[in-house]
Write a new protein. Structure first.
Length: 226
């Protein structure tokens, strides 16, 4: 099998709205440093040769550079300017990569508890299948909301919760993003699927939480301080 270089596009365009914070959530401090730094370190820990592409809103780039200096963050990253949507931001991140073929993991900047094992698995499976989408089974029962205020139970084993990283061969995901953004593009897998690519799921972890609310911050603090 051809050995391909590895990239990680870290998308960090969130706000602090649901955190009741004026600080964008990717810059909030957890276990001694900004969330975003923990996230980047997980990819470097997995493979120090990984090239990190950090996608940030234009107005937050100076803040990031200030935090790098403050925390003496040693890891080099390439910065891409974010767009008006996640779709546009990822597309901008892909433009930074100049190689014809590589492996690229696309990951939420506010998922700092991702394990090296999951990251490695995603690259390995993407090299074989073209895509590797991190997912976990549902724990709770679910119901389908129907018309006229009715609802019904559905088989939860037929569904998966989707996480990141979502990892691809570069040519596959780059070609997939050569399309017009559509409302149902909620993640990279939906973009790849729209381009008629088969989606390969891999096992994730319930600990790979996306920090969205103050409760998530408490959990992440525990996990990252362990």
């Amino acid at each position: 099998m051809e050995i391909l270089n590895r990239y990680a596009i870290i998308v960090a365009g969130g706000s602090g709205t649901r955190m009741n914070s004026s600080v964008p959530k990717q810059f909030l401090k957890v276990a001694g440093k900004p969330i975003l730094m923990h996230t980047i370190e997980k990819f470097i820990e997995t493979d120090p040769q990984t090239t990190i592409v950090l996608v940030l809103p234009l107005q937050e780039i100076a803040t990031w550079k200030s935090l790098v200096k403050k925390h003496q963050f040693k890891h080099q990253v390439q910065i891409a300017e974010g767009g008006r949507s996640r779709f546009a931001s990822v597309k901008n991140g892909l433009k930074v990569i100049e190689e014809e073929e590589a492996l690229v993991a696309i990951h939420d900047g506010v998922r700092p508890c991702i394990s090296p094992e999951t990251i490695e698995r995603s690259y390995e499976h993407a090299a074989i299948y073209g895509s590797a989408i991190t997912s976990v089974p549902l724990k709770d029962s679910i119901r389908l909301i129907k018309e006229k205020n009715s609802n019904e139970a559905v088989d939860r084993s037929m569904y998966r919760l989707i996480q990141t990283p979502q990892t691809f061969k570069l040519s596959l995901i780059r070609d997939s993003y050569q399309t017009t953004e559509l409302p149902h593009f909620t993640d990279d897998a939906s973009v790849a699927e729209h381009a008629s690519n088969r989606i390969h799921l891999i096992e994730g972890s319930y600990l790979n939480l996306k920090i969205t609310t103050p409760d998530d911050l408490v959990i992440a603090e525990c996990l990252l301080s362990y």
